[in-house]
Write a protein that binds this ligand. Structure first.
Ligand code: FAD
Length: 264
């Protein structure tokens, strides 16, 4: 049984950060529980599946929590609302006091499949709302003292799609001792990114840098193709990686059996 699936969760707040982006704060089963204590490893991209009472006959959708894993009593998801999106529109209409069904933690399958090669620099390419997952992965990488730099290039259409997150990115930069750099690529001004955009954004040596793209399947595939063209061939996929942010001491979901834990 997933630790979050036993009862409906209450919506504590729903804040519209932009006309198409909502941040929802959702209660955990007990006020002294946190995502970490419920065995989430956000540094591995663990996510929740969520549905609302109005969408219960549909397949629940995946969301990456954006709040700190140690926060007690509640967690946040940040959701882009698509005009024709079934679940995102239902989430966009949530009000404090409403209930939602949540299942988790669920592991990102592709993070369990390959072994990473040694790296001292991390490169993140976030496409659109893919930033929600990158935030936690970057925080986790920066907990590793062997990581000298973590660099993020965030591809969005325009300023209205990214300004909501500047505070969080600045906070990560502040806590990183100068190791975290980030830049935004606005496609409305610059067009789609190219291998040259990546070479310009990621200054660390390609041999020492492991990269990760998060977005739709198509975006991720074109991101890795661009990285390869720019000389970055090492991917940040770790098999058995235990993130310094999370805890994986007593596996509570069957999928964890596929993910043996080695020390870093
Ligand atoms: C591991 C994981 C983590 C995720 N984390 C988040 C998160 O933190 N925040 C978040 O907002 N989403 C996240 N998603 C995406 C989320 O699961 C849903 O796919 C998204 O909310 C759309 O669902 P929907 O029911 O509203 O759209 P649907 O009803 O499934 O789709 C309807 C229409 O919405 C539009 N649409 C849907 N998805 C996209 C897309 N990716 N790009 C462009 N248009 C689209 C299209 O017009 C589509 O035709 C994550 C997905 C995965 C796999």
């Amino acid at each position: 049984m997933h630790p979050l699936s036993q009862s409906p969760h209450t919506v504590i707040s729903a804040t519209h950060m932009t006309p198409s982006l909502v941040r929802v704060t959702i209660s955990l089963p007990a006020p002294d529980q946190s995502l970490s204590s419920l065995n989430f490893d956000l540094g591995l991209g663990d996510f929740v599946r969520l549905s609302t009472p109005h969408t219960k006959y549909l397949k629940a959708r995946a969301y990456s929590p954006t709040s700190a894993p140690s926060r007690e009593g509640s967690f946040d998801i940040t959701v882009k609302v698509y005009p024709d999106g079934v679940m995102s529109r239902a989430i966009g209409a949530l009000k404090p006091g409403d209930t939602v069904n949540v299942l988790g933690p669920l592991p990102v399958p592709w993070l369990t499949k390959k072994r990473s090669l040694a790296h001292t620099h991390a490169g993140f390419l976030a496409m659109g709302i893919g930033i929600t997952e990158i935030l936690q992965l970057a925080r986790s990488e920066l907990c590793d003292p062997l990581i000298q730099t973590a660099t993020l290039l965030w591809v969005v259409r325009g300023a209205e799609d990214c300004e909501w997150c500047y505070g969080e990115l600045e906070e990560i930069a502040k806590g990183s001792g100068g190791r975290f750099q980030w830049a935004v690529h606005m496609t409305r001004d610059k067009g789609r990114p190219t291998a040259d955009s990546l070479r310009e954004a990621f200054k660390s040596g390609a041999a020492e840098t492991a990269v990760l793209c998060v977005g739709t399947k198509q975006m991720m595939s074109s991101g890795y193709t661009m990285f390869a063209a720019a000389g970055f061939k090492k991917k940040l996929l770790r098999f058995g990686f235990r993130s310094p942010l999370g805890r994986r001491s007593s596996p509570m979901v069957a999928d964890n059996k596929k993910r043996p834990i080695n020390s870093v």
